[in-house]
Design a protein around this ligand. Structure first.
Ligand SMILES: Nc1ncnc2c1ncn2[C@@H]1O[C@H](COP(=O)(O)OP(=O)(O)OP(=O)(O)O)[C@@H](O)[C@H]1O
Ligand SMILES: [Mg+2]
Length: 392
């Protein structure tokens, strides 16, 4: 019985998992999950591409690492494989919770984990009656949100299943709120209704924290977070061009991260999450902002070497060689003076405001090979593979 890597397309993370498995001496089976036919019938099931029959391969697999990138495909894959009697990381129940920010937050809230105040209005911005009349609900939705979030600085609206900061908008007044509600049309990332949150008064960074569990062992939070930092936008996603720093986590935040893992992992034997957290620092900004901005500008220049390697096409033809170049570039970036300065500001600010942390999301299939591995110092492929081994 073996471990399989299920994927849609082989990207850096999937290549990284393959490379790590080789280094650990763990054989991996590869299962495509895109142009395949999955058939269920009276004699059992079959899994075939146009050129190859994977049925017996799937039958021999004990544990599947689910790396389908689309949230929908990932949920289908986990659920299907569980009914084929496979163990899956992460299990479908976890995928179901992580698929939706609201569901994730409900689990956190139930366990008493601090979250941003969140409001869900199941109504869409407009309805069309059977006779074709359009009913506008924007103002009613705005009233409902404003009533609940009256004390908030600003109101953040976000698609329930969105990623990369997409369509996350901030409203500072009623006019902006109405416009933002109008623009939240039902879509695959936001099937129904509006999710809004109080704007957390974080400073220039947010945190990505890795928590995982192997069967038979206590859950673990990696002690160093990936801090994503920049002043350009209230969203600090790296996808939007922000920079990355490593930040040591106080024990109180690590304990909460483990609690988040348990809140979602329930009774499951093994799981791996990347949790997103913010620190509500309010006015407690522990360094001069103008100086900090100047350091960030310098760090951005130093980061250019990393960006050059990232887009280097040799990653497609010689992944191990490209990976060595990537490691060297990150190492150089982390060795610069602006990096050290910003890192120390972030760490000091976290330490001083740790009691104001809020958790707002859990990612069940995180990107990790580049930033999380090389900045936060955790190769997520290792807990993935070890968790899989622990279940055989
Ligand atoms: N309530 C909030 N108050 C202030 N900032 C917020 C709030 N919610 C989200 N943000 C910021 O917006 C960015 C994206 O948020 P979030 O993680 O919810 O979205 P996402 O699209 O799932 O991003 P990712 O794909 O990177 O996980 C983060 O940098 C976060 O700090
Ligand atoms: Mg996020």
């Amino acid at each position: 019985m073996s471990i399989a890597l299920l994927y849609e397309r082989s990207e850096n993370d999937e290549n990284g998992i393959k490379l790590t498995a080789e280094q650990l001496g763990v054989p991996l089976i590869y299962l495509p999950f895109r142009k395949i036919a999955l058939a269920i019938h009276k004699d059992g099931y079959t899994v075939k591409t146009k050129g190859k029959d994977y049925t017996s391969t799937v039958k021999d697999v004990a544990v599947v690492l689910n790396r389908a990138q689309s949230k929908n495909r990932r949920l289908y894959a986990s659920h299907t494989l569980e009914l084929f009697d496979k163990k899956v990381i992460n299990p479908s129940q976890i995928e179901f919770a992580c698929y939706s920010k609201l569901r994730t937050l409900l689990h956190f809230w139930k366990e008493g984990i601090p979250i941003p105040k969140t409001v869900y209005v199941p109504c869409d911005p407009y309805d069309t009656t059977k006779s074709g009349t359009r009913i506008s609900n924007e103002k009613d939705i705005a009233d409902l949100l404003e009533n609940e979030l009256a004390s908030a600085d600003g109101i953040v609206i976000k698609p329930d299943a969105g990623t990369h900061g997409n369509k996350i908008v901030l409203s500072k007044n009623r006019e902006q709120l109405i416009t933002n509600i109008e623009q939240t049309t039902p879509s695959i990332t936001n099937p129904v209704g509006i999710i809004a949150q109080e704007q957390i008064k974080k400073w220039f960074y947010d945190l990505r924290i890795i928590a995982f569990k192997e069967k038979g062992k206590a859950p673990v939070c990696h002690p160093v977070a990936l801090a994503r930092a920049g002043f350009k936008d209230f969203r600090t996603n790296t996808y939007l061009g922000n920079l990355v720093f490593d930040a040591k986590l106080p024990a109180s935040i690590r304990e909460l991260a483990v609690k988040c893992g348990k809140a979602l992992g329930k009774e499951h034997d093994a799981w791996v999450f990347a949790l997103d957290a913010m620190i509500n620092v309010g006015e407690n900004k522990t360094a001069d902002e103008a100086q900090l901005k100047a350091e960030l500008d310098k760090a951005a220049v130093a980061f250019k070497t990393v960006q050059k390697v990232k887009v280097d096409e040799t990653r497609l033809t010689d992944f191990p060689r490209w990976n060595s170049k990537l490691e060297a570039a990150f190492h150089k970036f982390m060795g610069t003076a602006p990096y050290a300065k910003i890192k120390s500001v972030i760490e000091e600010n976290i330490e001083q405001n740790q009691q104001n942390v809020v958790f707002h999301e859990a990612n069940s299939c995180p990107e990790f090979w580049e930033q999380t591995r090389l900045i936060a110092g955790i190769n997520v492929a290792v807990p993935l593979i070890k968790s899989a081994q622990s279940m055989i």
